[in-house]
Design a binder for this molecule. Structure first.
Ligand code: DLZ
Length: 231
């Protein structure tokens, strides 16, 4: 009998206007890396530009909620400062006479200036550091400075002999839920909580089976788009 597990029939969502962060733990690195790789591929397949996928790591899963919250906040602050700078330039230009504007070569309309401020080729800045390897790999699209549309938190918790697993799993799932509800930015739950390493490898597509990272990438694109409609 066909399995009913998973997110149902695939839906197509367009990701080319989105900016997405993948925050991953380094514990159980091989499994995490396979999951992150599938997550990234799903984002690229949906049309998200490589320049607009930011990847950042933290030591373990316990750090994921804090890092997600900080990365979201930093991107929102950066976008609003750029909008303020663009607003000041626009106001300054409006205060100059048209002759002075001509002298300065200020032919742009104020909306163009605002656009320059928001979408121009300003280098991205991120509070928790940044892997700027995406543009180096030949991606022609300029990185956007818009706030993140979604964040994907990836980690693998493997049950040990103590109660660590239970405490961390509980804290991280509550923490990630809180971050998305507090910030209004979707945080995709890419946390595997498995009993054995083999279970983790199976869910990361390393010994056959489906790589759950693909679902997480697709969920980020879907939620990133839908959130705009719900705003
Ligand atoms: C301590 C710990 C343990 C025992 N197991 C895992 C795990 O399976 N997966 C994971 O991502 N992290 C683990 N950690 C590390 C914690 O998440 C955290 O990094 C440390 O307790 C420091 O805060």
């Amino acid at each position: 009998m066909a399995s009913h597990k998973g997110p149902g029939a695939p839906q197509k969502h367009e990701g080319s206007s989105l900016r997405i962060a993948i925050i991953h733990a380094r514990w159980n690195t091989r499994i995490v890396s396979s999951l992150v790789s599938a997550t990234r591929s799903a984002l690229l397949t949906a049309g998200v530009s490589a320049a607009n996928i930011i990847t950042e790591s933290v030591p373990g899963s316990y750090e994921l909620p804090f890092a997600c919250q900080k990365v979201i906040a930093a991107s929102q602050i950066q976008a609003s400062s750029l909008a303020n700078i663009a607003g000041s330039i626009t106001a300054g230009m409006a205060g100059l006479g048209s002759a002075t504007q001509d002298l300065l070569g200020g032919g742009e309309s104020s909306s163009d200036l605002t656009k320059l401020g928001q979408e121009g080729p300003a280098p991205p800045q991120h509070a928790v550091g940044e892997k700027d390897d995406e543009t180096a790999k030949g991606d022609k699209q300029q990185p956007s400075s818009q706030p993140f549309d979604a964040v994907i938190a990836v980690g693998v918790l493997i049950k040990g002999e103590t109660m660590h697993f239970e405490y961390i799993a509980d804290a991280v799932s509550h923490g990630l839920m809180r971050v998305q509800l507090d910030t209004g930015v979707p945080v995709v739950f890419g946390l595997l909580t498995v009993l054995t390493e083999e279970q983790g490898m199976a869910r990361a597509g390393m010994i056959g089976g489906h790589n759950h990272g693909e679902d997480w990438g697709n969920a980020a694109v879907e939620l990133g788009n839908k959130r705009r409609g719900w705003a």
